[in-house]
Design a protein around this ligand. Structure first.
Ligand SMILES: Cc1cc2nc3c(=O)[nH]c(=O)nc-3n(C[C@H](O)[C@H](O)[C@H](O)COP(=O)(O)O)c2cc1C
Length: 234
């Protein structure tokens, strides 16, 4: 690969970040298809290509965001109802340990700090959390599922495909936010989107054009230096 191409690939990867405010500019269906076509070149064990994607726009998007926002508001008011909303699999540990808990806190408070949300300001935190279920105003929601007969390995396959979607989108001037926030509402989402019962929701992506006037989009996260996570043997 030539230096110029390398730079373009690196730029698409390193310029991707989670965007949490989108403009209402619609995304052409053909563009979404192009992104998914490119992304589907992701590898998968035995090339089983386990991913399925539900592409949600227009009226269906309105219906979905309205119903899930309503469910989340009910949950804010009645936290004892949490058992009704089960995520299909545990994305996060029940018990956080170091160093992950510190990184998680740094990330959370970094975002809240930018949004002027202080510790204890529950209503502001809830309002920001609710933005997830409005897809941060993105015109497109992508909901990724796997067949329930598959094993944990398929989550690796679909994750590679999802990353490809985000990079292919970035290369086309679009932005994304991966979202696990929808997972607890998977059965409600399945009802609304007619997702078969033998499929489970893995992750969602908000897709659209970033609203660059919104402060939340100036949030950029850090990464550890290579020496802190890679061990070299010779
Ligand atoms: C699988 C997955 C689920 C995520 N879920 C959410 C989410 O529900 N809401 C949100 O605002 N960000 C979500 N994020 C975004 C992360 O917070 C973000 O990727 C991380 O802080 C690194 O920042 P960056 O994406 O800007 O590089 C998720 C990321 C991943 C990979």
């Amino acid at each position: 690969m030539h230096q110029e191409q390398q730079n373009l690939v690196d730029q698409a990867i390193t310029s991707r970040h989670s965007v949490r405010a989108f403009s209402s500019t619609p995304v052409e269906t053909q563009l979404i298809k192009d992104i998914l076509t490119v992304a589907s070149r992701a590898p998968s064990g035995n090339n089983i290509q386990p991913w399925k994607v539900y592409v949600v726009t227009g009226k269906k998007r309105q219906e979905l965001t309205r119903q899930v926002c309503q469910a989340q508001i009910e949950l804010f008011n009645h936290p004892e109802q949490a058992h009704r909303y089960q995520e299909p699999f545990k994305y996060y540990p029940e018990q956080w340990t170091s160093p992950f808990i510190e990184r998680r806190r740094e990330n959370g408070w970094g975002l809240y700090g930018l949004l002027d949300i202080q510790k204890g300001e529950q209503e502001k935190m809830q309002a920001q959390h609710l933005r997830n279920y409005q897809l941060f105003d993105a015109p497109v929601g992508l909901f990724f599922t796997l067949h329930t007969s598959l094993a944990t390995g398929s989550k690796m396959d679909i994750s590679m495909m999802i990353q490809n979607v985000m990079i292919a989108a970035k290369a086309r001037g679009l932005d994304t936010c991966p979202q696990a926030a929808w997972n607890p509402f998977s059965s409600l989402i399945s009802d609304i989107l007619n997702i078969p019962h033998d499929e489970e929701l893995v992750c969602s992506i908000a897709l659209g054009y970033a609203d660059l006037t919104q402060r939340v989009n100036s949030f950029h996260t850090s990464r550890l230096p290579v020496e802190d996570f890679a061990i070299f043997y010779e």
